[in-house]
Design a protein around this ligand. Structure first.
Ligand SMILES: Nc1nc2c(c(=O)[nH]1)N[C@H]1C(S)=C(S)[C@@H](COP(=O)(O)O)O[C@H]1N2
Ligand SMILES: [Mo]
Length: 340
C-alpha cells in the first residue's frame, strides 16, 4: 500500500515493491498536492490562453480533443524524492524513495496546441496555472503556477494529458487536464491546468523561486531544479528482508531525465558488477533491470545499485545535501539477511 504522508491534501508515496518492471499500478501511484484538490467539471472547465499568443482565447475539452491524440509512457518523479536520506534532513514532505512512478498518459502534444495558437516569437516562457491555491510563506494566498521555457514547450515531449492508464485523470492527479513534462522533476507537470500565459521575461512566482538548488556542493547557487537526475532502485527484495541462502534474482528499475539508462551495476560483497537491463519502457529511457545473485553464504549482506545514463551521468555514492532537499539521486543501498 502507498505510504501516506498527509491526508488533506493527499501526499503519498509508493511502496518500492509496487514499482516496475512496467507501469506503476494507478492506485499505488504517488501523489503530491501542495493545496486542497480543486473539484472541476469537464463541461464548464476551460483552458484560458493569455499573453503573447496570436490567438489568445479559451479552449473547451472538446476543442482540445480535435487535436491529434497521443499516448506516451512517462516516468514522473518528485524533486524531493529521497529527501529524508539527506543529513540533516531538509524541511519538506518526508519522502523516502517512492515519490516516483511510471504511467501511460493520453492527450495531446503541447506543441500541437502551440501550433494552433501561435505564441509570438518574443515568447521566452509559458506559465502554466493550476486551479488549486492556498497560503504560502511569504507570498500569502497564491495559485499553483510553474513556468516552462519556450524551447522545451515547443519540443515533442510535453503533453497535455487527460488520461492516465486508460482512465480519465483522477481528481488527485489533475482532472480534467494536466501538463506532463517528460524528463523534468514533477513540479513542472502542473495539474488541474486552467491557464497558459505566454510571457517574454522570466516568471518569478513562488514555486519556481522555491525549486532551486541552494547550498549544494558543485552546483551554481540558485540553479533551477530541472532534469531528473539519473537514479536506480531495488524493487525486490526490500531493505531488511530475510531470505533463504540460495541463488536469487534481484529486481529494480532505473531512469534519467537526460538520456537513456546505459548501465546498471549492483554491488555485492563490495564489488560492482553489471546488471541485465531490459528494453526502455518509456520515452525517457527508463528500464527494468535484474541481477542473478549467488550469495557467498548466510548472514547480513549490504547491496547497492547505481545507474549511468547516455549523457555520462552516474549516481553519487552518497547523498549530496541542499537546502530544499531536491534531486537526491545517491546510490540505493539495502541490506538483506540470509538465513543459515
Ligand atoms: N496544480 C498543481 N500541480 C502540481 C502540484 C500541485 O501541488 N499543484 N504538485 C507538483 C509536484 S511537486 C509533483 S511531484 C507532481 C505530482 O504529480 P502526481 O500527484 O500526479 O503524482 O505534480 C506537480 N503538479
Ligand atoms: Mo514534487
Amino acid at each position: 500500500m502507498p505510504i501516506q504522508h498527509t491526508l488533506e491534501p493527499p501526499n503519498a508515496e509508493t511502496d518500492l515493491a509496487a514499482l516496475g518492471p512496467d507501469v506503476t499500478p494507478l492506485d499505488q501511484f504517488y501523489t503530491r498536492c501542495n493545496f486542497p484538490i480543486p473539484r472541476l467539471h469537464s463541461t464548464t472547465w476551460r483552458l484560458q490562453l493569455s499573453g503573447a499568443f496570436n490567438l489568445p482565447r479559451a479552449w473547451t475539452m472538446d476543442e482540445l480533443r480535435d487535436l491529434p491524440y497521443v499516448e506516451r509512457t512517462i516516468t514522473m518523479e518528485c524533486a524531493g524524492n529521497g529527501r529524508t536520506l539527506m543529513t540533516p534532513v531538509p524541511p519538506g514532505t518526508p519522502w523516502k524513495l517512492g515519490a516516483v512512478g511510471t504511467a501511460r498518459f493520453g492527450g495531446i502534444r503541447l506543441t500541437d496546441l502551440l501550433a494552433a495558437t501561435g505564441p509570438k516569437s518574443t515568447t521566452t516562457e509559458l506559465v502554466f496555472g493550476g486551479a488549486d491555491h492556498g497560503e504560502v510563506e511569504p507570498d500569502g494566498e497564491i495559485p499553483y503556477e510553474f513556468n516552462l521555457d519556450a524551447t522545451t514547450a515547443r519540443s515533442d515531449g510535453p503533453m497535455l494529458a487527460w488520461s492516465m492508464g486508460g482512465s480519465p485523470l483522477s481528481p488527485e492527479h489533475g482532472f480534467p487536464l494536466r501538463l506532463v513534462v517528460p524528463g523534468h522533476y514533477g513540479m513542472r507537470s502542473v495539474k488541474w491546468l486552467t491557464r497558459i500565459n505566454a510571457v517574454d521575461e522570466p516568471f518569478a512566482g513562488h514555486f519556481p523561486r522555491k525549486y532551486r538548488y541552494r547550498g549544494e556542493r558543485g552546483v551554481p547557487e540558485g540553479t533551477p531544479v530541472g532534469p531528473i537526475r539519473v537514479r536506480s532502485l531495488f524493487t525486490s527484495p526490500s531493505d531488511g528482508a530475510r531470505m533463504a541462502t540460495e541463488p536469487t534474482t534481484l529486481h529494480g528499475i532505473a531512469w534519467s531525465g537526460s538520456g537513456a539508462v546505459q548501465r546498471v551495476e549492483v554491488m555485492v560483497d563490495g564489488q560492482w558488477m553489471p546488471a541485465q537491463i531490459g528494453d526502455p519502457i518509456d520515452g525517457t529511457g527508463h528500464v527494468a533491470w535484474t541481477f542473478d545473485w549467488i550469495p557467498r553464504g548466510a548472514g547480513t549482506h549490504d547491496l547497492a545499485v547505481r545507474a549511468t545514463d547516455s549523457a555520462g551521468h552516474r549516481q553519487p555514492e552518497s547523498s549530496i545535501w541542499n537546502e530544499g532537499g531536491y534531486g537526491n539521486n545517491a546510490v540505493h543501498r539495502i541490506s538483506v539477511t540470509l538465513d543459515g
